[in-house]
Design a protein around this ligand. Structure first.
Ligand SMILES: [Zn+2]
Length: 300
């Protein structure tokens, strides 16, 4: 039987033990009650955390600005029954230059959005990813580097950390090495390329084996069966890919140093960079089953 005294000691013990300190980047916030906010953050020590910033929406509250997305703080948090509570926030960084550039701000918010979507899978590497996120935000805010390429680098790094690195060197169906003359599509479910032969249905066996193709129920019409015989992945999410886009992805994902200051990049190269980045965004969205919204306001 638990007596009142025991309960008192247990509470005192819990309170004493239940504060902890983290370094974290704020990813998003939403309002709670009259004046509070819930802050989702990625911390070096514990990965993803959701915590309440009490009074953060009161005019002039010190925690107000510090709890905004993209701010980096050292927090003291108290364990709560449902959500933990921010008891102290000391600013480490806030990237003020982002506020003057909508494109760079949108990309920085996109980094936060991606981190929020995939952060649970990064807990084991939280310290390294926290550092990488901070560095990426700082490059987006303060360098002259191309935001599209910075973003592509971030996206590929994230995929690598999560173990979803795209397969760009061979065809995922027939396993033959990929060349620019055999490129066809990127298959988002498999996270890799399909060569033109497999795509056109020349290598039916390998394609059907890869996609575990079944002829289906008798209810399916001959036309559907015929179609599926050649494109067993019809209806899956795929993206056509050009040699320039492919080369950009191969260069970036193999970690080769790309020229971030491509001030003289041709119109074709700029478009290829954008297409490569969009393809990887689609792949990430497919992986998370969530559409990213941070870049909706800008044309990239
Ligand atoms: Zn193939």
């Amino acid at each position: 039987m638990i007596t009142g005294d025991h309960r008192f000691y247990k509470m005192a013990y819990d309170e004493q033990m239940a504060t902890y300190s983290v370094h974290a980047v704020n990813l998003s916030t939403y309002p709670l009650g009259e004046t509070d906010k819930i802050v989702t953050m990625f911390s070096a020590e514990r990965g993803m955390i959701r915590a309440v910033a009490k009074g953060a929406r009161k005019p002039g509250a010190k925690i107000g600005g510090r709890s905004e997305p993209l701010n980096v703080n050292q927090y003291l948090l108290a364990k709560g029954r449902n959500l933990d509570i921010i008891t102290q926030a000391e600013s480490i960084g806030s990237f003020p230059r982002l506020r003057h550039d909508l494109t760079r701000l949108s990309f920085a918010l996109y980094f936060a959005e991606l981190t929020q979507s995939f952060g649970q899978g990064l807990s084991d590497e939280s310290a390294a990813f926290f550092e990488y996120l901070g560095l990426s935000l700082s490059r987006m805010a303060d360098s002259e580097e191309d935001p599209v390429l910075l973003s592509l680098e971030f996206e590929l790094h994230l995929l690598d950390e999560l173990g979803y690195k795209p397969e760009l060197t061979i065809c995922i169906a027939c396993a033959e090495p990929m060349t620019e003359y055999r490129l066809a599509i990127f298959h988002h479910d498999s996270g890799g390329l399909i060569c033109s032969d497999c795509h056109r249905g020349k290598n039916q066996e390998s394609v059907q084996e890869h996609f575990s193709f079944e002829y289906g129920e008798g209810a399916q019409s001959n036309a559907v069966l015929q179609e599926r015989k050649y494109k067993p992945y019809a209806g899956h999410v795929t993206t056509h890919i050009t040699p320039l886009v492919w080369k950009r992805l191969v260069t970036m994902s193999s970690g080769l140093k790309h020229d971030q200051l491509e001030t003289n990049a041709s119109e074709g190269m700029i478009r290829a960079n954008q297409a490569a980045r969009k393809l990887i965004q689609t792949y990430l969205e497919h992986r998370s089953s969530r559409r990213m919204k941070a870049l909706d306001l800008i044309d990239v």
